[in-house]
Design a protein around this ligand. Structure first.
Ligand code: PEP
Ligand code: MN
Length: 347
């Protein structure tokens, strides 16, 4: 249930509504809103009784009360009618400017990380990615450099001026990761690791939450709810491909997810064409499709020398290809009323 206050409702009226909500046994969650305040009632769905609608509707300053039929509340557009914009340094994810997150799958060594960082910066990316704790199918595969990788990523971020993104696998690493990077990525495999979601919800850092390939859009939104319920509303969703019968590509990018999420949620949604396609040859087409469909950004794997990459080489773009992609994306972005940094426009 959400209580929508009248434009210009007095603070005392808002406070009285909050008190009434608490008295009825619900936890209130307040969206300050641009135009009007919205108060969401958090609690069991079956407790959303019609008589409460009448009760809250009658309070002074209340414009209307609506039931939220979706099981997610904080992620719902009903609770937060405006698009959310997540600020990461100078980048506002979810605004007109697209977030272009690029860099290697794994941080491998200083030279590789710095070269990749410089290349994506020059091409116009506005965020830098690199994995230090890698979720690998095989325990014998490269697992990432851990903390020394984070140090390299932070150095590359400082040298290029780009905010950084890295994946967390275990809650025990949260404090350390938060010291080194600007955005924490919860990967596809951990989308429903609820304890991990709660932990990242307890720090203020922006979180990129990737969709698990076997989960529905609603599951992704419920996962975001776990983070937001702990007090961290800085969540960016990421569509990175779902499982299908098709095996010509690694996964199948669910392009539909972008407009569906835009309809039902206020959270920004970006796309990861690299993991979806699994082959560098398709990354450009898939990225352009995602931008055309309204994605708030893309996450692209870029490696200075993909054949030698310790993870995801086959889907990584060489810097030159990434630069071409940036030029094409800038044109598609312009066609759909979005924008990519000026460097990309010149490419
Ligand atoms: C990654 O970003 O390198 C990664 C492991 O992605 P995903 O969780 O989407 O598989
Ligand atoms: Mn990867």
């Amino acid at each position: 249930m959400v209580i929508i206050m009248q434009t210009g409702a007095a603070d005392s009226e808002v406070e009285a509504v909050i008190e009434a909500v608490e008295k009825a046994g619900f936890r209130p969650w307040i969206n300050p809103g641009v135009e009007r305040k919205v108060i969401a009632l958090l609690g069991a769905v079956d407790a959303e009784k019609a008589e409460l609608v009448d009760h809250f509707s009658a309070l002074p300053g209340v414009e209307r009360v609506t039931l939220i039929s979706e099981p997610y509340k904080l992620a719902s557009r009903r609770t937060h009618p405006e698009h959310s914009q997540i600020q990461v340094g100078p980048v506002s994810i979810g605004g007109r400017e697209l977030a272009i997150i690029a860099g290697p799958c794994s941080i491998e060594n200083r030279e590789q990380m710095l070269e990749a960082a410089q290349a994506v910066k020059e091409a116009g990316a506005n965020l830098l990615r690199g994995g230090a704790f890698k979720p690998r199918t095989s325990p014998y595969s490269f697992q990432g450099l851990g903390v020394s990788g984070l140090e390299l990523l932070a150095e590359a971020g400082r040298l290029t001026g780009l905010p950084t993104v890295t994946e967390i696998l275990h809650p025990a690493d949260l404090k350390t990761i938060a010291e080194y990077v600007d955005v924490i990525q919860v990967g596809a495999r951990n989308m429903q690791n609820f304890r991990l979601l709660q932990e990242v919800g307890q720090i203020g850092k922006p979180v990129i939450l990737k969709r698990n390939p076997g989960c529905r859009i609603q599951d992704l939104l419920m996962a975001s709810e776990y983070i937001m319920l702990e007090g961290n509303s800085n969540v960016v969703l990421c569509e990175r491909g779902i499982t299908s019968f098709e095996n010509a590509t690694r996964y199948t990018l669910d392009l539909n997810a972008i407009p569906v999420i835009k309809r039902f949620s206020h959270l920004p949604i970006i796309a990861d064409p690299s993991h979806a396609a699994g082959d560098w040859r398709y990354v450009t087409a898939v990225a352009l499709g995602a931008v055309a469909a309204g994605a708030d950004g893309v996450m692209v794997e870029v490696h200075p020398d993909p054949p030698t990459a310790l993870s995801d080489g086959p889907q990584s773009l060489r810097p030159e290809k990434f630069q071409d992609l940036m030029g094409s994306m800038a044109r598609v972005a312009a066609a759909v009323g979005r924008h990519i940094g000026t460097l990309a426009e010149q490419a």
